[in-house]
Design a protein around this ligand. Sequence first.
Ligand code: SF4
Length: 755
Amino acid sequence: MMDSVKEDVHYRTCPLCEATCGLEIHTVNGEVTHIEGDKQDPFSKGYLCPKGFSLKELHHDKDRIRKPMIRKGAEWFTVSYEEAFKEVRKGLRSVIEMHGRDAVGVYLGNPNVHNLSGMLYLPLFLRALGSRNQYSASTVDQIPKQLAAEFMYGSDFSIPIPDIDRTQYFLVIGANPIVSNGSLMTGPNMRGRLKALQDRGGRLVVVDPVRTATAKLADDHHFIKPGTDGYFLFSILYTLFDEGLTKETHLAQHVNGLSEVKKLANDFPPEKMAAVCGLDAETIRTIARDISSATCASVYGRMGTCTQAFGTVNSWLIDVINYVTGNLDREGGVMFTTPAAGGKMSKKGYRFDRFRSRVSRMPEVLGELPVACLAEEMDTPGEGQIRAFVTVAGNPVLSTPNSKRLQNAMENLDFMVSVDCYINETTRNANVIFPAPTPLERSHYDLSFYQLSVRNISHYSPPVFEKNEGQLDEWEILLKLAALVGEEEPHQDAVNKLDDASIHYLIKKDIKNDRSPIYGRNPKEISEALEGRKGPERMLDYMLRSGPYGDHFKQQDGLSLKKLEENPHGIDLGALKSRIPEVLLTHTGKIELAPELIVDDVTRLKNETNKSDMLLIGRRNLRSNNSWMHNLPVLMKGKDRCTLWLNPTDGERLKIQDGDVAVVESEVGRIEVIVELTNDIMPGVGSIPHGYGHDLSGVKMAVAKDNKGVNTNLLSDEKRRDAVSGTAVLNGIPITVSKTKSGREKHGTVRTESI
Ligand code: SF4
């Protein structure tokens, strides 16, 4: 008798980047056979990038951790959950009892924001822990944009999104949406969307130190010196005022601070700023005129504008330009989403500078401290020093500044626990690791990215595979950790109690919020309507049903989790709509166009002088996003990507040829790296991608070790920060470059100083 073959097709969204593409996953007898784009997905319409295919390799990767592990010396041992939690309880509780809660630091990696469990249950764990030492990848990424939004509109998630499908002029600064597939601008198939913009007669203009894939498609591309976007943006603003190109719209009644902005712009005429930025004055004036004369336009900046010395000022200026040209909250301009889950807004005051870091006194930003402070908080003795550390889906040893100092500090911790898929450069230091389920073993809903999307979309993905017997889901691990730091035993009844408490807390909050559709309702009636579900599904069902499109618990025919389950390809809720003033949560109820803390930083911009001949920036590749992706063969195919890009004129000046090994030095570190000469980078700039440097002992990622590359964060200085948000400067690092020897080593790879 032949064995029966069980073939299945599963539909789900891809959680590996912000684009939220729909996937069609084919399985046979519990194994993924192949993955395609889901043509019936109303948002991605069949598009997917090479990372989407890699979910198969991630799921079946032999290096992936599948059981809790405890480290004894350099050896790792598989243990039961019970033993692992016992060890964690002992390790964390003894630090808390002896040194207090701030002695436990936490780092949350970027994958958490792509994870329903992480989004819903990490806040609960953090509240139970009660430590001020909370850090995340946000302060090496997008926090300047969120902080600007917090100050201007009153909420860090009220970020205006380019209405890319309707705009007629799209100015992209320090961003590469064709490769990132949109960032703070969720939209699958960015190449297709940008081509559609050009096909309808619109223009795409890119300003970037690199001729990126997006720049190559653009109608115009202009090089700009790294770190000078603030001068460029101010000189655009100057031109708009100077030439009478600003437009007054219906939003004028909802705005404070326009005259102050105009006064500030006076100091930045293009004729004075051109030499600083590397663009000529007429080009700057032409861009300003084109934004103003377009029927609708959208100015957008991302990583390059955020992770530099004036990240918050840049993020603010972009919105100011969109406002003064009449493009804020307007079709074809930049608009606010109406997310299906979330968006019941209430305001309690700005989440900024409510406390400060212990060593360099950096202000808290949106509930966390800048990760540039992490190493000094670990290695500087005194009350409040971090002595125990928790990481969830993060690899700060590779992704945060001055990695060498951080790694050294981690070696002296009393205790460390991680929730992760791999023993990587960071988790190799842990005492205990809990295995995170793969994306195919957990359910998914993009809570964050539907708040940042170019259309309003709602799409729920059930797990493709059951977890192994006894394996905990991530939300259960987080609740057990919450129980044990909250002085309870991490038993199942504690998990159930915390899970119930969290949903009841949400309901109670919303029935008192006069902006919520369930304002004034009976909490018992709402709780009863959610019976039959638990964990993330219950929370999500609640958020959908009480959200703007929800059924409001039998009040209307609307969204619920059940409805999404009946629509496995997702539901398109339509194009973005005008939302001002409804979306404004500032104390004044207005758009604050000149927030005091940002305006104060303009003085620093005016006085800044960067005299370095050579500046280092990062770059992104379509096949790489997080460091763990370097362990998947499908994403590591092809030529080495961890190289230093230099312009041939710099090569000639430095006597470095294509393929030579160069020494790159900064104030804090020194690395050796293979050089690629290319006219795609402007003279005076070097570029190395981040997330590499897989040559540390104890890392158990075989493919990554074969493609180790070099850790560019050995060069970034943790003391160089955006003064407002504390975000680390990863673009515009002063470096010197010199030649060592010719020729490529095995795999064309590079050497780093061992750390
Ligand atoms: S673009 Fe992003 S969401 Fe789409 S398949 Fe690639 S990694 Fe996944």
